[in-house]
Design a protein around this ligand. Sequence first.
Ligand SMILES: Cc1cc2nc3c(=O)[nH]c(=O)nc-3n(C[C@H](O)[C@H](O)[C@H](O)COP(=O)(O)OP(=O)(O)OC[C@H]3O[C@@H](n4cnc5c(N)ncnc54)[C@H](O)[C@@H]3O)c2cc1C
Length: 352
Amino acid sequence: MPGAVKKRTRTSETKKSQHIRNDDLKLILLGNLRYFHDDPYSISLNYYLVAQGSYYGGKASYVKGGSQQLSNALVSVIEENGGTVKLNSLAVEIIFKNDQPSGVRYESVKGKTKEEFSDYAGVIIVNASVPALAEKLLPGNHGIELSEKIKYIKIGATLLTVYFGFSKSLREVGNRYYSTFVFDPAIKTQKDILQNNHSGFETRSFTLVDYSQLDSGLATGGKGVGAVCCIDYASDWEGMDRKFYLKKKDHVAETIVARCEKLIPGFRNALEFVEVGTPLTVNHYTLNPTGAVYGFAQNPGKPTDYLNALPESIYVASAWGKFGGGFSGSIYSGFMTALDVLRKNRTSNRSN
Ligand SMILES: Cc1cc2nc3c(=O)[nH]c(=O)nc-3n(C[C@H](O)[C@H](O)[C@H](O)COP(=O)(O)OP(=O)(O)OC[C@H]3O[C@@H](n4cnc5c(N)ncnc54)[C@H](O)[C@@H]3O)c2cc1C
């Protein structure tokens, strides 16, 4: 890591090739690449070392009860400290007064009615995507300036997920692993990974997660929950009519179930429920462009100076911030933002 910091333009691939010659070993080390990116030739070595180091160090953790519990815990902290969380509310514009950010205009939906509100604050922390901040939320020149700064930064990968409900746990069916990373035999070297991520679901690499291997708190009454995820692209789902879209989702579900059955005989028999979430589903719920799950792509040398183009009292605390995506990146981003705001408040109180 200390050596890599000085060479921000290197990819994980260059480093691996320098030290490891066996292609199978390289592929094993890249088994979980899709947790960060879609191509070993374009992921920053620094980013890869931090994220993967955490996995190899055994520091991957699971939030008992699922990630909603994390959101619930954060809501409790906000409410215990006198804050309010407004659901079903869409921020549509950051309000400026005397060229200073002073509040947020937002639309709240209740049943079939939509109402518009404004709230005011000295500091505005944005969790919406940075492209949406540039194109929709920041008015006038502020938005144009940010758009200019990000116009060459690539948006990162997204995921397709197949969610499973089982009549009994997969552990009972005979599975022994929490995560199983599957490469199609057509992948011989790292060079084949990106192309495979664009291939049909019959051959696309995937991860099967079996929550019954942990004390996940997800299923009761002897039932089980699992999921498969693979890298996917919104462009492969856009522009279809609804009927074709649903048919394609069914086809993907069937294809993945058949591949899981091969891996774990009895998988299909235990299956009670299956649902597919596409990149368009992710986009629908998060409003992230192209359904990107990790914000901007972590290409070598990815700039972060777009954050300096923001007006002083606007902060980005999300996967689109300095630390990238995933839970860890987003949480660091939130934590560091809170420290920044507190530090700045302290400094301005001192000088007053
Ligand atoms: C299927 C799937 C599996 C994943 N698995 C993992 C995993 O195992 N480990 C891991 O670390 N990461 C995982 N990730 C990635 C991780 O969920 C994200 O990187 C992380 O949640 C990003 O957090 P965020 O704070 O940037 O915001 P997001 O989680 O993207 O949420 C943004 C929120 O802001 C809201 N919003 C957006 N625009 C507006 C607006 N204008 N007004 C009001 N609200 C708005 C959205 O509705 C949403 O609620 C997974 C992602 C997916 C989709």
